[in-house]
Structures are given as C-alpha cells and as structure tokens.
Design a binder for this molecule. Sequence first.
Ligand SMILES: [Zn+2]
Length: 159
Amino acid sequence: MRVMSTKQAAFIRTLIAERNLDAGNERRVQILRDMHAAGQPIPSDAASILIGELLKAPRKAAAATAPALGTYHLPDGRIVRIVENREKTRRYGKVWDEDTESWEYLPGLGRLVQDLTPLTLAEAEAFGIRTGNCAICGRTLTRSDSIARGIGPVCASQF
Ligand SMILES: [Zn+2]
C-alpha cells in the first residue's frame, strides 16, 4: 500500500483552509485525522479521493483576503506566519527576514494569498534548526530538546 505523500497532506491542508466543507467532507477529513491520531498510515488512494472531493467543494468567499491563521511558505521560499491583531479583527502576515533574523510585517498580503502553501512539520523543524526560531509561534527556541528538533512539543502537536 502506498501511503499519503507529504505533498498530498499539504494540498489537503490548503484545500481545507480555502473550501467550504459540507458534512460529507467534514466526515472524510475527520476519518483521516482519526487515523493519523491513531498512528495508522493513511493510504495514498484515500488521500486522492479526499482531494477529489475537496476540489468539488466551493471556495470560501473570504479566502482571498483572510487566509487561515498558520504558517506558510511562499514560492520563493520565504516563511510567512498569518497572525491576528490583538482585537482579532484583522489578519496580517509576518515574514522571516533572513538579514535581521526576525519576523517583519509582510506588505501586500492580499495579492500573495494564492501563493501561500502550508508549512509541513518537516519544513517547520528544518526552519527551527536553521534559525533557532519557532515557525509556528514565532518565538526563539530555548529548551535544548526543542532547539535540537527545531520546534517545541506544543507547536509540533498542531500538525
Ligand atoms: Zn512555537
């Protein structure tokens, strides 16, 4: 049996973020989540079927201007965190600046939304190992085990 690829997993995450799911799709997604949580391998065929169904689902109207909270990469490799203001009324992007080694405000998010691809756990770990910073919460990694892995246990559990 071929298992779901990381590309399929990333595509499913993108589709879940940008589509309105009906009850049938909610159930399909939940089944795969349950299998994943139970440590069962997800067959590639099952992932393909889910992708096919999700592609038929209508896009969320607001997707173009309000991306889901989370961490993404852009086609040029830059890492972007979509965060909310304190009042939770507005979402904006923070991009990792390789020169200053810090998160900076990302201008022009509206036209970049379509190019955002959700970060995989492996990508988040690689980013953390390289920068010493957590790709998910944006904080500096401090615990030695988190520094070694590139991500802390709380943020890793979000995948
Ligand atoms: Zn974190």
